[in-house]
Design a protein around this ligand. Structure first.
Ligand code: PLP
Length: 413
């Protein structure tokens, strides 16, 4: 049951199955509308999976763009020698526009302040900046309000005429695509069509127009345009229960979070467990100590609830999750006796080896699976498996693959 869980003698590790990631990119690409490419979103260290190895694996599998939030994330891709098109969308005044221009990164512009900074940086660099204009079609977050779009488009066209920028893209982002059929999806699409038409009529000739995130890529083909920006689905996780399970979507979770049981001990009935004694043993029992805590990203909100595969059984966190560790009640009997120090404890993985999934942890903690994987901290080494193109694709990955184990300092972490 736990045969493919990494068994190296580490306190804890997040195994990252790059073969599964490549399979996910291929599965997603096979679902895209004709002419649409795939941007692999690798922000926030590839949702906790490791930006560089994941970016490289996604490109190997046919992703044509990479997407990041901050410019520093985008520049780190270039510093590692990745030359694929990169779009970076979360800019703050004073950010390194010039460095991004010199690195050939596409920069999102949502307002006049950003256009002013990017044109100034382009003049200093003596280079044409590649910018993509972002419209707020209803998310109410970043992006230019429709009422301000004519001013932004006119100023961008003027900058094109002055030779400081080239508008390479027009784009937007959905608010409720994870609720298939939500009326805001059609409304945002309609407005996006109008804003794109306006900009094109004003002379903008974008290389790419895009609005779809993972849920829209999976459920709304009419939103695919030239590119979809998929993050969570690349990591094999469903955007949400209403979109389907990973298996239903043809995706395989990429991260397996496992630890080695640090202590097994017998305790009497009525023994309080962990801070606050929120759990008391209902009878004489066996406790297992799992050396992972909220500092590693195990949500404290899952105290008393989070599921963990230990031995042959899924157990629940007993009592509170502490900073570095938590406890499970193994009970008594042969399956408790079979658990010894060093035994694997699997918090989540693909789910087909009896282990819980990140979606199960999201449910236990009252959050989304995005947060579960993204918050796994730097103290947990990422161990990359199936790194080679010819290993582990399209099927059961794991034992057969190369195990170029990479520790916390390696492979771009
Ligand atoms: C994070 C993000 C995405 C990817 O969203 P997923 O739901 O993970 O596919 C796409 N576009 C923007 C602007 C984002 O911030």
């Amino acid at each position: 049951m736990t045969g493919t869980v990494p068994t190296s003698p580490l306190r804890a590790r997040a195994e990252i199955d790059l073969g599964a990631l490549r399979g996910n990119v291929r599965a997603l690409r096979s679902r895209l509308a004709p002419g649409a490419g795939l941007m692999a979103v690798v922000k926030s260290d590839a949702y906790g999976h490791g930006a560089l190895p994941c970016a490289r694996a996604a490109l190997d599998a046919g992703a044509s763009w990479l997407g990041t939030a901050t410019p520093h994330e985008a520049l780190a891709l270039r510093a590692a020698g990745i030359e694929a098109p990169v779009l970076c969308w979360l800019w703050t005044p004073g950010d390194p526009w010039r460095e991004a221009i010199e690195a050939g990164i596409d920069m999102s512009v949502s307002g006049m302040w950003a256009l002013r900074e990017v044109t100034a940086a382009a003049r200093e660099a003596g280079r044409v900046a590649r910018i993509q204009l972002k419209a707020d079609t209803g998310l109410g977050r970043n992006g230019c309000q429709p009422a301000d779009w004519p001013e932004l488009v006119a100023a961008a066209r003027a900058a094109e005429a002055a030779g400081t920028v080239r508008v390479t893209g027009l784009w937007s982002h959905f608010a409720c695509a994870d609720e298939p059929g939500h009326p805001s999806v059609a409304a945002q699409l309609h407005l996006f069509h109008e804003l794109v038409a306006y900009a094109e009529k004003a002379g903008v000739e974008p290389e790419v127009r895009h609005i779809a995130n993972s849920p829209a890529a999976l459920t709304a083909p009419e939103s695919h345009f030239d590119l979809v920006r998929t993050g969570i689905a690349v990591y094999g996780i469903s955007p949400g229960p209403e979109v389907g399970t990973s298996a239903e979507l043809g995706l395989r979770p990429v991260m397996t979070l496992a630890a080695s049981v640090a202590l097994v001990k017998r305790v009497p009935e009525g023994h309080g467990v962990s801070y606050g004694h929120q759990y008391r043993t209902p009878a004489e029992t066996t406790l297992g100590l799992i050396p992972l805590g909220y500092a590693d990203g195990v949500p404290r909100h899952a105290s008393g609830r989070g599921p963990v595969l230990v031995g042959e059984k899924v157990r629940r966190v007993a009592g509170r999750v502490a900073m570095d560790q938590f406890v499970v009640d193994l009970g008594t009997g042969p399956d408790a006796d079979a658990v010894q120090e060093g035994a694997p404890a699997v918090l989540f993985g693909p789910g087909d080896r009896g282990e819980p999934t990140a979606a199960d942890w999201a449910e236990a903690a009252g959050t989304i699976a995005y947060e579960i994987v993204t918050r796994i901290g730097p103290r947990v080494p990422r161990v990359y498996v199936n790194g080679q193109e010819n290993s582990g694709d399209g099927g059961d990955s794991g034992d057969g693959g190369d195990r170029g184990g990479v520790g916390p300092q390696g492979a771009g972490r």
